[in-house]
Design a protein around this ligand. Structure first.
Ligand code: PLP
Length: 285
């Protein structure tokens, strides 16, 4: 089946789904994005993703291209036209097309909007979660506003590639104080020796994941204790469990960090339970 993308007001066949050479997203990475899980053909946590999109755009002074409700319609239509049952829908908004100049273009320049959707291998993802994944660590060399979900992802790209080259699925960024900030495309968690489920505070040093936020609610509902605190790589290696969260991977157990085992080197019961619990807590509309 051929794929369809929404590009600036039109649903286009894949081969024609192109943006202008002077799109500021292409020239300057001057834009933001959202990735939303699709489950049973429906978007998961749409309202929260829209709220984060509005915040990201606001921080960069890019106008909302249309109302959240209208964007939701475009995203649902893109999911429908691509017949995605389980997967992701991707939304990108750039500051628009204008003659190349670093400073903002003239007021009234329309933001550019792209939406794509694709299926994910849910059977494969479950199999991966059964085994757990390996991560590697490396210095966090990103800018100081990674709380904004911008498309400027070069450090994340390089980190993910470094992970792949070492046989790992994710890279954890570590700040100057030795604390883990987050993964290249996920938030980082541990289950401490005394059973608390911990992740660092969502300040400007991490992206505040929607999965993270929903999971915090699920942790309490499961009768577990949540603790918002930073942790080091040594803390994670001494922890009972470690895992990551993201819209596409939900809760993914981590069994090795830099080649060393976490806990007994197998996915733990808390990560397993929370993977299930997330499904019950996420809002599907
Ligand atoms: N941190 C980074 C850097 C990310 O890119 C992502 C998701 O892509 C996340 C965290 C997790 O966010 P969410 O749970 O909203 O997918």
């Amino acid at each position: 089946m051929s794929r369809i993308a929404y590009v600036n007001g039109r649903y286009r066949p894949w081969r024609d789904a192109t943006v202008h050479v002077e799109d500021r997203g292409y020239q300057f990475a001057d834009g933001v994005y959202e990735v939303c899980e699709v489950r049973g053909g429906r978007m998961v946590d749409e309202r929260r993703h829209m709220a984060r999109l509005e915040r990201s755009l606001g921080e960069l002074r890019i106008a909302m291209p249309m109302s959240p409700a209208a964007l939701g319609i475009v995203m649902r239509e893109t999911i429908r036209r691509n017949r995605v049952e389980n997967g992701i829908v991707y939304l990108q908004v750039s500051r628009g097309v204008a003659r190349r100049d670093h400073a903002f273009p003239l007021p009234g320049t329309a933001p550019a909007v792209v939406v794509t959707a694709r299926a994910l291998d849910s059977v494969g993802n479950e199999a991966t979660a059964e085994k757990g994944i390996a991560v590697v660590t490396l210095p966090d060399n990103r800018w100081a506003r990674v709380d904004i979900k911008t498309i400027a992802l070069l450090p994340n790209v390089l980190a993910k590639q470094a992970a792949r080259e070492q046989g790992a699925r994710e890279a954890w960024f570590v700040d100057r104080d030795g604390k883990v900030t987050e993964g290249s495309s996920s938030n980082a968690w541990i289950v401490t020796g005394d059973g608390k489920v911990a992740t660092r505070a969502a300040d400007t040093a991490i992206l505040r994941g929607i999965t993270r936020d929903v999971l915090i609610g699920a942790i309490a509902a499961e009768g577990l204790t949540f603790e918002e605190r930073p942790f080091t790589v040594a803390d994670a290696l001494a922890a009972r469990e470690a895992f990551l969260t993201s819209a596409s991977q939900i809760v993914m157990p981590i069994v090795r960090i830099d080649g060393k085992p976490v806990g007994d080197g197998k996915p733990g019961p808390v990560a397993r339970a929370l993977r299930e619990a997330f499904r019950r807590h996420a809002q599907v509309a």
